[in-house]
Write a protein that binds this ligand. Structure first.
Ligand code: PEP
Ligand code: MG
Length: 538
């Protein structure tokens, strides 16, 4: 038995046999051609076929997973019409008198390497698209038919990584789980895999040995591990765990589409917390009524430069469009404390959790903050948008943000760039904010209580310290009291009050939140339906 840890991107358990998928690489040879004109028309004919194939994939994916998932194939079609890309291929055929498949392979490689070296992550992601499209053209020109990836029943597909085209070629009938050795959690393949709704692991610490093909295995995407060749005892234990998991999941799906109204007639909004677009799939899948907290700082992490306005705008716009009019609450940059990257050049601090973080940092780094606000305001034209400010402790901070937003709006107006008018909310995550919530309520359109930090600052306990994990009581009476104060003050001023910290999904408190009059709970996507059940049965 061998246990290989991996990152779960869709929870679940599957017991089956490994289907080892290895890409068939083939060499493209360089040939000197006689007639350039003939070769160019051969290229043109296969380009048209590639367009047809991609159109077919687009339609199939639309049907299977929706327009948003299928949009990747529209990007592929655009590339097949891109004059720079096409002219480079044609020029090579003309000037070097080489066969079309060779010209495509070389141009594709050059283009994808150029994209891969770019700073902008959106452009970097295009590298995989170029490889995918060029691979398709080369196969067509070489007469290699694209085959579906058929799997035997009860397969756990184990691969190094998958391109979007490969992912949609998988016949899902026999597929129980997907395990990738590489594969970024936000790659298109991962997005498509998630939409199939099967347990999925990426970045799994496993060597792809031919001897694994056909081996019994367990993809445990609850714990985040692949178990190869499990012993009898593990198999029994995991079968039971799987049975319970499936029973629970099945039961929960029956709450889809129901209104969040308690037996006592109290209505509450139930939203999802996300950190990236990939989690939006999960939010939609679990029937979240909106996004209560989009932790935008994750766009700033895991990279070497600030994300550009355009890059952020595209992400926010996609979130808003895909939520189709449902509320999307974008929290502004909450960087500092544990969330840092060298390029951010954050000051070394004795107590970073009490330091220059979140709104404090943003108000010092006006350029960075204004870039984000501009991106949010522009995206706001595409849906139902709210802005949420982290770590607010004074009315002055909120006023400063409002006036910065007004300035940006005036500028956008002058430049005739469309923008929205998002509601402005405040995170209540310090005792100070809760205690002056009566004053703050006059400055804000809504409150959202961040119980993770509220607990940390109320109990004076580092939320990151494993030694304190047992005593870090998120439902401490002092925390509940501060929640109560905030709700009352919010309501006195006529603004809604929600909870977006982890406590929101504590089912033992759902009844209490209803009694307090909390208007919104925002939880991780996979908890939405269990909280709904708790509301309806409270
Ligand atoms: C919180 O503090 O409760 C919160 C939701 O924000 P974060 O966990 O991102 O600090
Ligand atoms: Mg917080």
């Amino acid at each position: 038995m061998k246990i290989c840890p991996g990152k779960s991107i869709l929870s679940g358990i599957a017991i089956g046999k490994i289907f080892l998928y290895q890409k068939k690489e083939f060499q493209v040879s360089r040939r000197r051609i006689g007639e350039v004109k003939e070769e160019l028309s051969r290229f043109e004919a296969q380009r048209k076929r590639a367009m047809e194939q991609i159109e077919q994939l687009y339609r199939e994916t639309c049907k299977r997973s929706g327009k948003a998932q299928a949009s990747i194939f529209q990007a592929h079609k655009l590339l097949l019409e891109d004059t720079t890309y096409l002219e480079s291929i044609r020029n090579m055929i003309r000037s070097e008198q080489v066969n079309a498949e060779y010209a495509v392979a070389v141009t594709g490689l050059l283009c994808s390497n150029t994209f891969a070296a770019m700073e902008d992550s959106v452009m970097r992601a295009r590298s995989a698209d170029v490889r995918d499209v060029s691979g398709r053209l080369v196969r067509l020109l070489s007469g290699i038919e694209e085959t579906r990836i058929r799997l035997p029943d009860s397969s756990i597909l184990l691969a190094d990584d998958l391109s979007p085209s490969e992912t949609v070629r998988i016949e899902t009938e026999g597929l129980l789980a997907l395990v990738l050795k590489n594969g970024a959690a936000n790659s298109h393949a991962a997005i498509l895999a998630r939409s199939m709704g099967i347990p999925t692991l990426v970045r799994t610490d496993v060597t792809l040995l031919p001897s694994y093909d056909g081996m019994t295995a367990i993809a445990d995407a609850v714990e985040g591990r692949l178990i190869l060749d499990p012993d009898e005892e593990t198999l029994c234990a995991m079968r039971e765990k799987m049975r319970l998991f499936l029973q629970e999941q099945e039961g929960l799906r029956s709450w889809i589409g129901k209104e969040n109204i308690s037996p006592g007639g109290r209505r509450i909004d139930l939203y999802a917390n996300i950190g990236s677009l990939k989690e939006l799939d999960q939010a939609l899948y679990n029937d979240a009524g909106g996004i209560g907290l989009f932790r935008s700082e994750f766009l700033y992490l895991g990279r070497d430069t600030y994300p550009t306005e355009e890059e952020q705008f595209l992400v926010y716009r996609e979130a808003l469009s895909r939520m189709e009019g449902k509320p999307v609450t974008i929290r502004t940059l909450d960087i500092g404390a544990d969330k840092r990257e060298p390029y951010l050049d954050l000051p070394e601090e004795e107590n970073p959790a009490l330091g220059c973080r979140a709104i404090r940092l943003c108000l010092k780094r006006r350029e960075v903050f204004a870039t984000q606000l501009r991106a949010i305001l522009r995206a706001g034209a595409y849906g139902n948008c709210s802005v949420l400010l982290p770590m607010i402790v004074s009315a002055r901070e909120v006023r400063e943000v409002r006036s910065l937003m007004d300035e940006i709006m005036q500028d956008l107006n002058a430049r005739r760039i469309s923008f929205g008018h998002p509601r402005l909310g405040i995170m209540i995550e310090t005792p100070a904010a809760a205690l002056i919530s009566e004053t703050l309520a006059k400055e804000a359109d809504f409150f959202s209580i961040g119980t993770n930090d509220l607990t940390q600052y109320t109990l004076a306990m580092d939320r990151q310290n494993p030694e304190l994990e047992q005593s870090f009581d998120v439902s401490h009476p002092a925390v509940l009291k501060l929640i109560q104060i905030t709700v009352e003050n919010g309501h006195k001023a006529g603004i809604p009050v929600g909870i977006c910290g982890e406590l929101a999904s504590d089912l033992s408190l759902t009844g209490r939140f209803l009694e307090m009059g909390v208007d919104m709970l925002s939880v991780i996507p996979s908890r939405v339906l269990s909280v709904r059940r708790a509301i309806l049965t409270a």
